[in-house]
Design a protein around this ligand. Structure first.
Ligand code: G3P
Length: 218
């Protein structure tokens, strides 16, 4: 399973990249705003800065909700770097834009997926990735991981190349369960990735090894 980091924070992206397990980055307009990035030129420059850090796909989301606007924005984003994946919301014009970019060989990530039907439609339109938001479904007492399972079955039934990018991942168990189900990619915060490192028996065991070594060498 590929690990993407879901942030526009350059320091966190660098930290994840330095860990050696990062396969890509996802951003969205809220994450860009959180970093104080505004204005077309600053936004484009920020995406370029992300692409310089990371080895892998970088999802950059369009703001337009009409086909012409999505095409105009998506082409400008895709021209920045070959790592850019144009992130498009699951709306009617978005489906048309997915098909347009797919036909042009430009990678896409269909975002705001909350049902298997939406994922199927995006896959049929040629999306490179679909992003089901599992945390936000869990937030409303709905089974986010169940949605990943359903999409996995559908994509496998018909051999879709579209990758399932589990988004809105909040904690390490989301990552582990996504891997068990067979999500192709997960995107989450650095804290969830780093939480995979932790186990109290590892800490206890290491402390004992170091204490025994120190005793034997004193
Ligand atoms: O990038 C989309 C998604 O990962 C957002 O996550 O935590 O805001 O629901 P969250």
């Amino acid at each position: 399973m590929k690990f993407f980091i879901d942030t526009a924070n350059l320091a966190q992206i660098k930290e994840a990249q330095d860990l050696g397990v990062l396969d890509g980055v996802t951003t969205n307009p809220s994450l860009m705003a959180k970093e104080g990035i505004s204005g077309e030129e600053n936004v484009l420059n920020h995406y370029k800065a992300i692409c310089e850090i990371v080895d892998g796909d970088v999802s950059a989301e369009v703001i337009s909700t009409d086909f012409e606007g999505m095409v105009r924005e998506g082409e400008a984003l895709a021209a920045l770097d070959e790592k850019i994946v144009v992130k498009i919301p699951m709306v009617k014009d978005g489906v048309k834009a997915l098909k347009y970019f797919s036909d042009k060989g430009i990678k896409t990530n269909c975002t705001l997926i909350f049902s298997a039907g939406q994922a199927l439609l995006a896959a049929k339109a040629g999306a490179t990735y679909v992003s089901p938001f599992i945390g936000r479904l869990d937030d409303i007492s709905t089974d986010g991981l169940g949605l990943i399972e359903s999409i996995r079955v559908i994509f496998d039934n018909y051999g879709f190349d579209t990758e399932i990018l589990a988004a809105s991942v909040r904690h390490p168990m989301h990552i582990i369960e996504c891997a068990q189900i067979g999500a192709d990619v997960m995107t989450g915060p650095l804290s969830a990735i780093e939480a995979l490192l932790k186990h109290p028996l590892t800490d206890i065991g290491l402390a004992k090894f170091l204490a025994d070594h120190a005793k034997a060498n004193s």
